[in-house]
Design a binder for this molecule. Structure first.
Ligand SMILES: C[S@@+](CC[C@H](N)C(=O)[O-])C[C@H]1O[C@@H](n2cnc3c(N)ncnc32)[C@H](O)[C@@H]1O
Length: 314
């Protein structure tokens, strides 16, 4: 289906107060949706944490910040099961609920994650199993958050984070940064420089592709996954400048520039291409896209990776 059909529907939906929730419904109708979300969130949370050398000891307390909670609380709960003493998870929307959590947590012990969590974390498998059984019994979000020492801040501000903590051993995000405008990304990177402890790690997985090329009923199979880089800012804002469809059209190089500008020490950037790669040629990439960068060795590099994980320290 042509991407402009999905874009038009999202534009209409965004005028309704529940547009984002309606947009999310088709995904939840898939068979095994909640089990698959639990597997994905747990796997990705452990994969990112494995990029750090953080360890847990009895006498040191560790604090984590997750940027972009989304619909699932599995990731902050896995951070708790790993051994973080305090977890803050923030989002601009308020989409997490105890009902969704109940549908997802019931699958955690069946899927062989207990040993993986205990191998990397503070608790043994038996302790984790007991904790999961308690987690399965909670009937309210408050009970769950209190038990796991999680502070959930929907519709957050940077000040709201700092009212809870200004120091983090671990800061992570999963496919969130591409939804953040460059101006706010700059503020976030400046804050991360201040917030990270000396031994702390930030690990962020970012998706760099045009979301209208994502699989699903509305997928446009005839476009490159970098199609959105062909358009002027003004044109792209017309089609996708709303809170449901917004992506910033920035590649991994922009995040590396942000690290450099904030004197953050990049440990590694792991770029991936997880589907057929159809990069654009230099002439197809709009000058508005190119001018977002301080310097580009080669313009085509903005299409080099579809997804990646950026690991940095203070
Ligand atoms: C693709 S979802 C990913 C959610 C979750 N991390 C996951 O893996 O399922 C992107 C999320 O980023 C959130 N988001 C957008 N702008 C944000 C911002 N400035 N700060 C934090 N979260 C933001 C959205 O509300 C949405 O929940």
């Amino acid at each position: 289906m042509h991407w402009k059909i999905k874009a038009s529907l999202q534009k209409i939906l965004h005028f309704t107060k529940i547009g984002d929730k309606l947009n999310h419904i088709p995904a939840t109708l898939k068979k095994n949706y909640h089990k698959n979300v639990m597997i994905y969130q747990t796997h990705e949370c452990l994969r990112k944490f494995d990029e750090t050398t953080l360890t847990f000891t009895e006498d040191s307390k560790k604090t984590a910040l997750e940027i972009g909670t989304g619909y699932s609380l599995i990731s902050p709960v896995v951070l708790y099961l790993l051994g973080f003493d305090k977890i803050i998870t923030v989002d601009i929307s308020n989409d997490s609920s105890i009902k969704t959590f109940q549908k997802q947590i019931q699958h955690l012990e069946n899927e062989g994650f207990l040993d993986k969590i205990s191998a990397r974390g503070k608790f043994c498998s038996t302790e984790i199993k007991e904790k999961i059984q308690q987690l399965q019994s909670f009937q309210t979000l408050e009970e769950l958050l209190q038990f796991c020492h999680i502070t959930y801040i929907p519709k957050y501000t940077l000040e709201a984070i700092e009212n809870v903590s200004t120091s983090f051993d671990y800061i992570c995000s999963q496919v969130v940064f591409e939804h953040i405008p460059p101006e706010f990304l700059q503020q976030l990177f400046t804050k991360m420089k201040v917030w990270l402890t000396e031994d702390g790690f930030a690990v962020h997985t970012i998706n760099f592709i045009d979301h209208f090329a994502n699989p699903g009923f509305f997928q446009d199979k005839n476009i490159s996954e970098f199609n959105f880089l062909k358009y002027a800012d003004k044109t792209w804002n017309f089609w996708a400048g709303n809170d449901i469809a917004y992506t910033n059209r920035l590649s991994y190089l922009y995040y590396l520039e942000l690290c450099e500008a904030n004197n953050l020490s990049v440990i590694e950037f792991k770029g991936e291409n997880y589907r057929t790669h159809n990069p654009l040629s230099e002439t197809e990439i709009h000058p508005d896209v190119v001018k977002k960068y301080k310097s580009l060795k080669s313009v085509e590099d903005v299409c080099k990776f579809q997804r990646g994980t950026l690991i940095f320290k203070k």
